[in-house]
Design a protein around this ligand. Structure first.
Ligand code: 9MJ
Length: 796
């Protein structure tokens, strides 16, 4: 695109599209494009702006990035002071507040705007002529600090207002907060970083700390969001006459307003709201510490006025605290189903957020060291959402004399195997794997749960017995259990427990139980890809992630061979989760268990082509960008890909060539340093190959007619040396073939591996073309030319 007018038009169109996408995502909570498409458009705009700096506008969506660091925050005087709210801790106090409002206004059951009370950092955003010009913290209410550069990195804060009709000056007040998911993901990353990143104590500290960073590039990395709930100075324009209408207006102008905001009549309505939001509190995507009631009529607010800086027209009704103080009675190690050894604090029972807490996770040995938690310490525990309670910090003043630092035990408390910690890993693991009952029992138990493979009647006790007597060492062994095995196991368990079943009736009961279980196991064979992935018990893969993987990739054969960076193509799968999935499939033992499960008849009935939405992430620049090479930003990945369009170039190009192509020297050097690692070279090869495989597997309406094996039926028989049957099937299907189970006249060709049997005979008998493995590989490698139907006569 060389025509300047066309370039400017394209930049404007991209800006409008991206602004709209931000609005739909952050304000309407109704995104209309995939993350990968958003990223692609953003990259295109970044590239356009890099090539044509004269086109950059100060409020372009690309400007939500960190500016250069500053030395300090300038003070900002708030033209209208930022208020603080009085608190109520009981229904009586809320009724008292309402009664006073009624008396002063001389009316009954006033209408209140009722809002969650967000647990973040209050800020003020100043818009002039619709442009975001300044943002400040609350400070002491009169004066705050200028954190404009940091606020500009928050995508939920519009850099310019939407629509029309805004006042010339509009100050919007609200809360910057860190969503729980972002907080959890950040801490997961920090814990895995082995000390480079510091975990955040809670989302509120996360939000406050992030905004107080002098380097906005650091803030830009933090997952922050914003809700508007009040106004400051307004000049040169009119606004609605009630608080609730004003919030609706802000929303139309592109400012996020919490969807839980509502209106209610009188103290009764307010208390109902309190109960309703309280019941939802644990499941909300952000932390709240109460609700706020505000007289809705703005004229009435004026009449009520203030006591000091606290308005008489509003009150915050607080929830029970989510942080409490208690004493550590012991520190134990729990072994999870992946062998992870998690230090756990046993606590003197304490009520946190309405629940009695007796255990809190300490996550890993580094965390215990960092917090320096010791037996006997008084600690702050926190319980938020459905997250496991955790120890936030020690209260050092209350440490008794003669305590000692905690150390990870050297041996597993369950099986006695050594606990080992791999270099660079945050997590220590029991090395017992299959001999460790904790790991085996829990992985089989998880596998059988209702939302996983749904094997009814397989309780934890039976799983332990099946393990103890050697019938089940891995989940795949469930599918080779016979009725006799189960009855045998039962007899041995009864003998062990001294409960010899003497009556015929007991025998019958046991038989019935065994028959039912065998039937349940058999029924569980027919499942779905999402359940199967969830059932495998991959660390960090819950149901939602398993479903997302299944939806986006469609096929186990693709998923089980993807290098980790490509898992990030799935929205909400970040680096840590992607690495965990990659690590699971990189384990030969896990692949073997999967092979066994498939061989023993587990049937993933719902396989389908990968989502076409993946397409945007499969081009070479995107693949390079997802490898997490230091300094290789999305824009630079484009330059690198343009300089090195082939894998060979990427692996071989020297600094001179990269710099000549426009890559800054330090970026070129960073690439060369990364590439020098053999493991990275392999990752690059794998990622490029996998992206190509995915690309081929995508359903492509236009290209479908021209797939090389379109309309061809292929049968696989015997064992191939280099491909599993699933892989061969997926790759043939990706080229358009239908892979059938039996040979007929309609079969176009048979691929025969080692020890091929009756299907090969049948093919010979019918005169169907036969390929050996070498021919298949040559074809898959070239994958361009379809075999001609007529000249397939080179039989083995
Ligand atoms: C919080 N923190 O969620 C106010 N707040 O309004 C809500 N704070 C507020 N409103 C006026 N929802 C002053 C403070």
């Amino acid at each position: 695109m060389n025509d300047p007018a066309a370039v400017a038009d394209r930049a404007a169109a991209l800006r409008a599209r991206l602004e709209d996408a931000n609005y739909r995502y952050h304000v309407l909570d109704d995104p209309d494009i995939a993350d990968s498409e958003y990223d692609r458009l953003m990259r295109e705009l970044e590239a356009l702006e890099a090539a044509h700096p004269e086109l950059v506008t100060p409020d372009s969506p690309t400007r939500h990035v960190g500016a250069a660091p500053s030395r300090e925050f300038a003070p900002v005087r708030h033209p209208i002071p930022m208020l603080s709210l009085a608190n109520a801790f009981s229904a009586a106090e809320v009724e008292d507040f309402e009664r006073k409002v009624e008396e002063r206004l001389g009316l009954r059951d006033p209408l209140f705007s009722v809002e969650p009370k967000f647990d973040g950092l209050a800020i003020s955003l100043r818009y002039e002529d619709g442009h975001f010009v300044q943002g400040a913290t609350r400070g002491d209410g009169e004066r705050g600090e200028d954190v404009t550069a940091n606020l500009r990195t928050i995508k939920a804060i519009p850099l310019r207002l939407r629509g029309r009709g805004w006042p010339r000056v509009l100050e919007v007040r609200g809360e910057v907060y860190m969503p729980r998911a972002g907080f959890e993901a950040w801490n997961e990353r920090a814990r895995a970083s082995g000390g480079t990143l510091k975990p955040l104590a809670n989302p509120r500290n996360g939000a406050a700390g992030s905004l107080r960073q002098l380097d906005p590039r650091v803030t830009a990395q933090r997952p922050l969001a914003f809700f508007a709930y009040a106004l400051g100075e307004v000049a040169g324009g009119a606004l609605p006459r009630s608080h609730s209408a004003m919030l609706r207006q802000l929303r139309e102008w592109g400012l996020p307003v919490c969807p839980l905001v509502a209106t209610a009549h009188g103290a009764g309505g307010c208390l109902d709201y309190y109960a309703r939001i309280g019941a939802q509190r644990d499941g909300l995507p952000f932390d709240i510490d109460g609700v706020v009631y505000k007289v809705d009529d703005l004229a009435a607010q004026d009449r009520l006025g203030f006591v000091g800086r606290t308005p008489r027209w509003a009150i915050a009704h607080k929830f029970p605290a989510q942080e409490q103080q208690t004493r550590v009675e012991a520190i134990d190690v729990q072994i999870g189903r992946t062998g992870a050894a998690t230090p756990t604090a046993r606590l003197a029972p304490v009520q946190v957020g309405g629940v009695t807490v007796t255990n809190a996770t300490l996550h890993n040995a580094d965390q215990v060291t960092r917090l320096d938690v010791r037996v006997g310490d008084t600690v702050i525990v926190r319980r938020a959402g459905d997250v496991i309670p955790e120890v936030v910090r020690v209260v050092p003043e209350l440490r008794p004399a003669h305590t000692h630092a905690w150390r990870m035990p050297s041996h597993c408390p369950i099986c006695g195997s050594a606990i080992v910690r791999e270099e660079g890993e945050a997590v220590a693991r029991c090395s017992g794997e299959l001999v460790c009952a904790a790991q085996r029992t829990q992985s089989v138990f998880h596998f059988a749960t209702r939302r996983a493979m749904d094997i009814d009647g397989l309780g934890e006790r039976y799983i332990e017995d099946l393990g103890e007597f050697g019938y089940v060492r891995a989940v795949s062994d469930l599918y080779k259990l016979s009725l006799d095995d189960l009855l045998d196991m039962k007899r041995r368990a009864d003998a062990r427990d001294g409960t010899t079943p003497e009556t015929v009736k007991a025998g019958k009961v046991a038989t019935k139980w065994a028959e039912n279980l065998i039937e349940a196991i058999d029924r569980s064979r027919r499942t779905t890809l999402a359940r199967f992935l969830y059932a495998l018990g991959i660390s960090q893969v819950g149901e939602a992630t398993a479903k997302a993987l299944a939806n986006w990739f469609g096929q186990l054969a693709l998923i089980r061979h993807l290098p980790w960076p490509l898992f990030k193509l799935v929205p909400d799968v970040g680096s840590e989760v992607a690495r965990a999935i990659g690590a699971f499939f990189a384990q030969r033992g896990n692949q073997q268990v999967i092979d066994e499960l498939l061989a023993r008849g587990v049937d993933l009935g719902d396989l389908h082509a990968p989502s076409p939405k993946l397409r945007g992430g499969l081009d070479l620049p995107s693949v390079l960008a997802c490898l997490e090479v230091p300094r290789l930003t999305a824009v630079r990945a484009q330059v690198l890909a343009a300089a090195c369009p082939q894998l060979h170039d990427l692996l071989e190009a020297d600094q001179h060539r990269l710099v000549a192509a426009g890559l800054p020297v330090e970026v070129a050097d960073a690439w060369l340093a990364w590439r020098a690692e053999p493991a990275h070279r392999q990752l690059l090869r794998d990622a490029v190959a996998a992206a190509a495989r995915l690309q081929q597997a995508l359903p492509d309406v236009a290209a479908a007619a021209s797939l090389p094996l379109d309309g061809r039926t292929v049968v696989l028989t015997g064992t191939l040396a280099t491909l599993t049957r699933d892989e061969a099937k997926a790759r043939l299907e990706a080229l358009g073939a239908k892979v059938a189970g039996s040979v007929s006249k309609k079969t176009d060709f048979v691929v025969a591996g080692e020890a091929a049997g009756s299907k090969l005979d049948k093919a010979r008998e019918l005169g169907v073309a036969i390929w050996d493995e070498a021919r298949l590989l040559a074809f898959l490698g070239a994958d361009g030319t379809a075999p001609s139907r007529d000249h397939d006569d080179d039989q083995t």
